[in-house]
Design a binder for this molecule. Structure first.
Ligand SMILES: Cc1cc2nc3c(=O)[nH]c(=O)nc-3n(C[C@H](O)[C@H](O)[C@H](O)COP(=O)(O)O)c2cc1C
Length: 346
């Protein structure tokens, strides 16, 4: 199945594994890349040295295959990640919300393929102008920090507005989704939640079972979690935590833990505070929210926390290998495309 995305990235299928903090690790990324698609390593929970180690780990398993690195350009200490990735000469980058190259005062290096995630037509046009080679367009169905616009509306509008390839994200888990995305004008799909529930995903088994149990209304979009619009499965005891970020005795441990884990300086923390303030969120809420997600992930217990997931979680019913997900998605899409004319009654 050839599209502009398979050509750009030299992959067999127009399928991307989205970046997911603490989940898109070297094991998941390598499994995806070795099965003919491309994965993004998430750097959200890593120190710069860990980023470098994990890049080398992926290379040792995938050889020359392309893989991507995702930057969260507002997490404390993200500038050091950019340095680490430039030093490791990673060829494919993604990011959310801001241009990571501008953040280190350089223009995008020529040999780097840059595929930012966008949530509106304006952002897509802006990213094309700054040199993006493709865009991941995430609709409101998506897991994690999501857009406010549905994929069915957003994707065709972005396709109309830009010349670069478009990867549809948010709500995709199978061949029906891939065929629909191509019909909307996209050149491929990116899947997060689907790859989080696979054999190779490091998501704790307990959480994988929560995701299997979840139905179509269980992944809710709100700014309550970390101050930015984020879609998550919330724990049943989450409600009484509304407003938790205003209590200093709960903020302080999170603030110190986040600072320590990321080896961030106070100046890094101030930079993050400034960026999240520009996005109408507060540093205490943002850091406490991040820390809650990390704790849910480490313990596998979301009762008092939350775990990011897309609405598509309601359609996920098994825990296959990455290879199975990729192959059956491609085969199903090809079958749908070749039989579509039978849907039309003459
Ligand atoms: C558990 C989880 C963690 C995520 N973490 C990140 C992240 O670290 N960086 C990022 O750019 N996007 C992150 N996202 C968003 C995904 O990259 C992707 O855009 C989204 O999952 C696509 O929607 P889907 O879940 O419906 O497939 C995350 C999503 C999930 C479900």
């Amino acid at each position: 199945m050839k599209t502009r995305i398979t050509e750009l990235l030299g992959i067999k299928y127009p399928i991307i594994q989205s970046a997911m903090g603490w989940i898109a690790d070297p094991g998941l990324v390598s499994a995806v890349c070795n099965a003919g698609a491309m994965g993004f390593l998430a750097t959200g929970g890593l120190t710069p040295e860990e980023v470098r180690q994990q890049i080398r780990q992926i290379r040792s398993v995938t050889g020359n295959k392309l893989f991507g690195i995702n930057i969260i350009p507002y997490r404390p200490g993200f500038m050091h990640h950019i340095d680490a990735i430039l030093k490791e000469r990673v060829l494919v980058w993604s990011s959310g919300l801001r241009d990571p190259f501008a953040m280190v005062n350089i223009t995008k290096p020529e040999n780097v393929i840059y595929i930012p995630t966008v949530g509106s037509v304006n952002q897509a046009v802006k990213m094309e102008k700054t040199g993006a080679d493709a865009v991941i367009v995430q609709g409101l169905e998506g897991g994690g920090h999501a857009s406010r616009i549905a994929s069915t509306v957003l994707i065709p509008e972005v396709v109309k507005a830009v010349d670069i390839p478009v990867i549809a994200a948010g709500g995709f888990c199978d061949g029906k989704g891939l065929a629909a995305a191509l019909a909307l004008g996209a050149d491929g799909i990116a899947m997060g939640t689907r790859f989080a529930v696979t054999q190779e995903s490091p998501l704790p088994q307990q959480l994988k079972l929560e995701y299997l149990k979840a139905n179509d209304v269980d992944a809710v979009l709100s700014t309550v979690w970390d101050g930015l619009p984020m879609r998550v499965i919330r724990g049943e005891k989450m409600k009484r935590y509304r407003g938790w970020w205003t209590r200093f005795w709960q903020i302080l441990p999170s603030l110190l833990t986040v600072k320590k884990i990321y080896k961030a300086s106070w100046s890094d923390m101030i930079t993050t505070a400034d960026i999240v303030r520009q996005m109408h969120a507060s540093l205490p809420q943002f850091l406490t929210g991040m820390e809650m997600y990390r704790r849910a992930f480490l313990t596998g217990d979301i009762k008092r926390a939350y775990s990011p997931a897309g609405q598509v979680v309601g359609r996920i019913e098994d825990i296959p290998t990455c290879r199975e997900v990729i192959h059956r998605t491609a085969i199903e899409a090809e079958e749908i495309i070749s039989n579509l004319h039978k849907k039309c009654l003459s």
